[in-house]
Design a protein around this ligand. Sequence first.
Ligand code: 6GU
Length: 297
Amino acid sequence: MKIDIVSVFPEYFDVMNLSLLGKAQEKGLVEVKAHNLRDWTHDVHHSVDDTPVGGGAGMVMKPEVWAECLDQLLGLEARDLQAGEVGGAIHSSRESRQAKGLTNAAPRLASRSADPSEAADHENPDPQSDQGPILIFPNPSAQLFTQKDATELSHSSHLLFGCGRYEGYDARIPDYYRAQGVQVREYSIGDYVLNGGEVAVSVMLEAITRLIPGFVGNPDSIVTESYTGEEPLLEYSQYTRPTSWRGLEVPAILTSGDHAKVDRYRRDEALERTASIRPDLVQALDCKRLDKKDKAK
Ligand code: 6GU
């Protein structure tokens, strides 16, 4: 997987050479490259932002600088869109969302979508079908990044992250690249505000890359964990030896050697914990997947 990151603080990503991600780079599983957005400026001040049109506080990242950078990294020619290419308007956001439905799905280039069965499908990612680079913008006002997104993106061969700082980036940037047939995603990592996208990209990258086959030593360790699979529940509590420690005992069932009972105990604990801490996840469970003993709860 090729990973390009664009930021005004590319040094943030020096840590990508450490730990498991560093090992994965040595193994050739991933190749991470952080670029400095200011390398694509032409003025003496290397400015990347300007005041918001319509007024208000803060600064907004300029579209021209971003586009010169992204065109180069994506291998695209600059061009002016014709009226109608972005949901009936060159303007971003509300008009285009209303025209297309609020979605991260991109209109795909004809050359990339010759086979309609290969259409981008969040429900059923196909590791075999490579749909070209995916352009990802961290944005606190976007949809929430989830384990499902991480799983889908882990099958991609090229991810390009554009880190915004300050009050954000000109909303025409993602619209323009969608109209160019690029798959564009915008994600928030949670309901809180960070100073910029760098930390959010680090979080998303860690969630995505650890799912690449061969990245984690024991692949079993990532299939039972929280948020994973058909039925995302919080994980049950884990214990190790000694079974008796400072007056606290490991639940007796776990030392019984009865695997069916252990599985039942762990599932009950996961369900109870999830219902208490994340009732939204329990509500989202497919009732058909719950067994009779679950329903008795
Ligand atoms: Cl993606 N960016 C910023 N700046 N703040 C955030 C975020 C992203 N997700 C949550 N807060």
